[in-house]
Design a protein around this ligand. Sequence first.
Ligand code: TXA
Ligand code: MG
Length: 378
Amino acid sequence: MNMKTKKIFADGNGLDEAINFLNSGGLVGIPTETVYGLAAVATDPDAVAGIFAAKERPAFDPLIVHVPRAWQSSAHLIEVGIFAPNEMGPRQQLIIDTLIQAFWPGPLTIVAPKAPDIPDIVTSGLPTVGVRMPDHPVTQVLLQRLSKPLAAPSANRFGRISPTTADHVITELDGRIAAVLDGGPCNVGVESTIVSIGANDQVTILRPGGTDVEAIEAAIHAIAELKDVSVEVHTRDDESYKVEAPGMMDSHYAPEKKMLLLPAGTMKQLHGRDEEAITALRRNIASLCPGFSKVGIIAIHGAPEVIKNVFESALGTPASVTSLSPKGDMVEAARNLFACLRAMDADESLSVLITELTNQTTGLGFAINDRLTRASSS
Ligand code: TXA
Ligand code: MG
């Protein structure tokens, strides 16, 4: 591979080089615990414009701002010009500080009123900004040494599968960005959970992700003054959703191949040789991909050999199966999800992809189902 984007090894010299690129308005791919981000200095609007251009991202889709470990409270985030001074009530600030204490550094993005120092291009003109403190040693050292906030969306072209290795970033953006810092494969594997803290202390989950919704609720309710705060989860069907969660498109994380999404429990029916389920499966695949031959199965859990047998006998065609976690560990499944989608999409022997929702609809299961639903919607 003749790369135009430089892959930088994350030692002292590599970090110096990344800092120089960023300080001169360049774009650098950065590792985080969730997925790789495409970073620019958040207070440099020209550099931030470069992110939208490199990703071919529409201007209405706001970016998340990443901060160093030292900025560990709402007061500090106000002081450094990220959250707005004088615009938050004491309870709103208490909720934010409770979440920061419980989950930062980590996969939680907090949306609250923005300070004027954050350029409008970062937030797509919204009066709020999404902020998170990533839990990755390389990017934390980078942020501490830079001592500036970094705007960073996931480092994929718009609508495509999020990258979980430095090589994925190169595949997506080679020649469009200066460099990518290699920090190894991402540990969490799905993006941060996004929570918005409104003026009337409403807490709304805008995107499920690496932090469990149930844990967010528990952390807030553990504080005596916050026992009555309700945590709402927005789904795509909510009326106000598109306004509050711009950029959360139905079709996202999309492989180039067609992908069929099966309801939870379908594999069990197929395994039990349920004739109706088998006929429906054949019909649904044929309508998605007429004349399909070999199919690619992405199972969240279960033994791949068993799943392969089930599909091959139901369809009468060969199947290639990846089980994200044969033992059914959702942490492992989330970690493997995007790399597996990417590999199956690149496998030219496969004509169509098939996946099944998990019936574990809390915690990471909720986030995995969200990503699979968007990946298979066109
Ligand atoms: O884990 C992550 O969050 C990764 C890593 C790189 O940090 N980043 C990430 O960024 O997933 P991105 O751009 O792919 O998704 C950011 C989403 C936007 O699409 C938007 O829906 C939401 O965050 N968002 C950002 N700022 C917001 C705001 N002020 N109000 C509502 N939603 C916002
Ligand atoms: Mg993204």
